[in-house]
Write a protein that binds this ligand. Structure first.
Ligand code: AHR
Length: 509
């Protein structure tokens, strides 16, 4: 309907509303507000392109500085980022992955062809131990995706036992492979995209498969699994409906994937784009708000007590690969446009946490909307990384409702985007953080934040801004990087902020 109305406007970009000044009411006295789960800031890593090899893992003998084989620069960057949860080994790769190939002496590990991603030969040198130890090293919760598509119930059940049991044949094998104590494993995905690369199943068939697999994935020695069913993509509401009906409370979480792509046949360049394309991509990314609302409404109908969580375990922008790189490796640059998508998306996720308990951006390094890019011994932190770092103050903080009415932008494809994103929270120490993003490319926005209860303390600000096509590369790694921000004025219970065009700010109060 919305698309029809705006077809006639397709060639021109419109702004609805004319407010040069936006008034935001910050309800910092509101009671009983939810805590923003840290897992909303989750990450995803797959055996795809240079995510695992080169990106995370270089091996102990590499000339690239490493900690037991993991890139040192990456480990440090991820610690700063605060990664609450990391999903692995896929993605589509997960449903062809046989975990036993990735444990034991490295020389004996079989090689396999990564048929999903460019036919690259995978030598299995990064396996269960390497992944679980990485999670310990960076202080993150592991989230394993189990093989349902081409695996067996026994294989998945034994993986859980290998990782979490204190005693028994699987535990003995783990100990012989160098790990005495079991690891803790909370999140277990039962398949991935089972409607597609994970087996091309119907929702009805997958529901039965899920129940069967989940039955035999046991809790050993005090470890309690949080089992996640493979969920819908985008607008496939039927998948969610069938899963809620047929599986219900046998799952703790139901996943959802949503990528920002306008046309899968012409995804467009990550760096060479015009303003129309920018507004289109941003508008498509904020459509996740409506998509979440629709899936949540279906879940509410079956589960009003909200016992099953919604986990957006893949999301982000997906463009054409960088020229000259393997099309199956999904390596793309990352600009201020991606930073804007990240800021608006995180702001939306904060409002959905009654049902949405996790979101994993795709992917952590060298693939799709990555936090980090690597080349040899060089590393680049992307604009998206900087937003995740500037916004990580909201992890585990109490949500503060905000109310405002801002200009809307009608994109060439007829989608409507708010021109401003504002989100706020109070952390465990009582500190309030407000994050704001101005999507307009050519106009600053003056935003007056009115608090109910603003103390006399000081305010600090940080800003990420630049031309919308700006990005960081290996010759110029800091072109887009956060700076101190001082364009605000505090007076009584209000703070007036002047947000430059295309900027994202976090204030700490
Ligand atoms: O993230 C890349 C791929 O996108 C994943 O492997 C798959 O789950 C999704 O289609």
């Amino acid at each position: 309907m919305r698309k029809t109305i705006f077809t006639a406007l397709a060639l021109c970009l419109l702004t609805i509303g004319a407010s040069a000044q936006v008034k935001v009411t910050v309800r910092d006295n509101a009671k009983d507000q939810p805590v923003i789960p840290a897992e909303i800031y989750g990450q995803f890593s797959e055996h795809l392109g240079r995510c695992i090899y080169d990106g995370i893992w270089v091996g102990e003998d590499s000339s690239i500085p490493n900690i037991n084989g993991y890139r040192k620069d990456l480990v440090e960057a991820l610690r700063t980022l605060k990664v609450p949860v990391l999903r692995w080994p896929g993605g589509c790769f997960a449903d062809e992955y046989h975990w036993m190939d990735g444990v034991g002496a490295k020389e004996g590990r079989p090689r396999m062809i990564n048929s999903n991603w460019g036919g690259t030969v995978e030598d299995n040198s990064f396996g269960t131990h390497e992944f679980m130890n990485l999670c310990e090293l960076i202080g993150t919760e592991p989230y394993l995706s189990g093989n349902v598509g081409s695996g067996s119930v026994e294989e998945l059940a034994k993986w859980v036992e290998y990782i979490t049991a204190k005693d028994g044949t699987m535990a003995d094998m783990r100990k012989a492979n160098g790990r005495e104590e079991p690891w803790k494993l909370k999140y277990l995905g039962v398949g991935n995209e089972s409607w597609g690369c994970g087996g091309n199943m119907t929702a009805e068939f997958y529901s039965d498969q899920y129940r069967r697999y989940a039955t035999y994935c046991r809790n050993f020695d005090g470890n309690v699994l949080y089992k996640v069913a493979s969920g819908a993509s985008d607008y496939d509401y039927n998948w969610t409906r069938v899963l809620m009906k047929n599986v219900g409370r046998q799952m703790r979480g139901l996943s959802l994937h949503y990528y920002t792509v306008l046309d899968w046949n012409h995804k467009g360049s990550a760096t060479l784009f015009d303003r129309d394309s920018y507004y289109d991509i941003l508008a498509k990314s904020v459509e996740i708000d409506e998509v979440l609302t629709n899936h949540e409404a279906i879940m509410d109908a079956f589960d009003p007590q909200k016992r099953v969580d919604l986990l957006l375990d893949e999301w982000g922008t997906w463009y054409d690969v960088e020229p000259g790189t393997n099309p199956g490796h999904l390596y793309q640059q990352n600009t201020m446009r991606d930073a804007m998508v990240a800021a608006f998306s995180l702001g939306i996720f904060h409002r959905h946490t009654a049902r949405l308990k996790m979101a994993n951006i795709a992917q952590i390094v060298n693939v799709l909307q990555a936090m980090i890019l690597t080349k040899g011994d060089k590393i680049v932190l992307t604009p998206t990384y900087h937003i995740f770092r500037m916004y990580n103050v909201h992890q585990d903080a109490t949500f503060i409702p905000v109310e405002y009415d801002c200009d809307k932008i009608v994109s060439p494809s007829g989608r409507i985007t708010p021109s401003l994103s504002v989100t706020a929270s109070r952390d465990k120490d009582g500190k309030v953080h407000v994050s704001l993003a101005n999507a307009k490319l050519d106009k600053e926005q003056k935003v007056t934040l009115s608090f109910e209860n603003l103390g006399s303390g000081s305010v600090q600000g940080e800003i990420l801004t630049g031309a919308i096509t700006d990005y960081n590369d290996f010759d110029n790694p800091d072109k887009v990087s956060p700076k101190a921000f001082t364009a605000f004025k505090k007076s009584g219970k209000t703070i007036t902020v002047t947000l430059p065009a295309a900027s994202i700010v976090t204030l700490a109060l």
